[in-house]
Design a protein around this ligand. Structure first.
Ligand SMILES: *Cc1c(COP(=O)(O)O)cnc(C)c1O
Length: 273
């Protein structure tokens, strides 16, 4: 069973309730973070916490509790879940507001959830994404607003694709919930702006040291045509190959050796975590 924390109270998730006048509901004002535990330990805790804090600060919301206290709550919830490998979801909403617009005291929710791993066939065959001319507002904030991809769900399904690849003015930024990499020979190229700075992205960039040169720079749509491989990274997807972008096959259209190598490295790291 999963437990959650809401403003100081820990209870089974289905017993936690948030009032209907929260700015998260009334105004769509909220942010979140999401990470996994491996062997009972939060993966890259310092980096996720730093990002959560950064999102809160950019959204002008004060975190009601500090890092150490939050870590203790996380460990308590992980133990109660009875599973050493779970997902943690942090949600910070605008909270209740006397005038329905001013942020007064944000509500903090921390949940454990079951992990929903990517089906193995997607690692073997790679995924298809479709291009979407879109940029997330305040892209460096992990906002709860995923309106775009929910709205596009039907178009994604109709194209036989798994996700969107956002671009604007010829420049690629990210997928709806994960980061983007291209491989050209021994170069890894990843967009550096209009993105959420993924912790998996950061981890993969470290793991690539020594075997690849990593370039953080604008990635153009025209780069897709000359790439050997492409992949996407996120906490859940790890290193997931992209073999098709719209009607364009990437490289030879098969999962490449660089994507496989980096996924193996990533799996080694989490197994030892
Ligand atoms: C969460 C998210 C990512 C991936 O971040 P990780 O820390 O690697 O899980 C990338 N892009 C967007 C838009 C996201 O919301």
């Amino acid at each position: 069973m999963h437990y959650g924390y809401l403003n100081g109270t820990i209870a089974p998730t289905d017993q936690l309730t948030l009032g209907i006048t929260d700015l998260g509901l009334l105004r769509g004002y909220g942010l979140f973070d999401y990470f996994l535990t491996y062997n009972g330990k939060p993966f890259q805790w310092d980096w996720y916490w730093e990002r959560f804090q950064n999102s809160a600060s950019r959204m002008h919301m004060r975190l009601p509790i500090g890092k150490d206290e939050t870590y203790a709550v996380v460990m308590d919830l992980v133990q109660r879940s009875g599973d050493p490998d779970v997902a943690l979801r942090f949600v910070l909403t605008g909270g209740y507001s006397s005038d329905s617009i001013s942020v007064e005291s944000p509500n903090l929710l921390i949940l454990t959830e079951s992990i929903h791993p990517v089906p193995p066939v997607q690692y073997e065959q790679g995924i298809k994404v479709i291009l979407d001319d879109y940029v997330r507002e305040m892209a460096e904030v992990k906002s709860t607003n995923y309106q775009r991809v929910i709205l596009m769900a039907e178009a994604i399904r109709a194209a036989g694709a798994q996700d969107l690849l956002y671009h604007r003015d010829g420049e690629i930024s990210e997928l709806s919930r994960s980061n983007f990499f291209l491989v050209k020979g021994t170069r890894l190229i990843t967009p550096d702006r209009h993105i959420l700075h993924g912790i998996t992205r950061r981890t993969v960039m470290e793991l690539a040291q020594g075997d690849f040169t990593v370039e953080e720079r604008p990635v153009l749509l025209s780069d897709l045509e000359t790439a050997d491989e492409a992949f996407t990274t996120s906490s859940t997807k790890k290193v997931l190959p992209i073999t098709q972008v719209g009607e364009l096959s990437i490289g030879n259209g098969q999962v490449g050796s660089a994507s496989r190598f980096l996924l193996e490295r990533f799996d080694d790291l989490v197994q030892r975590w």
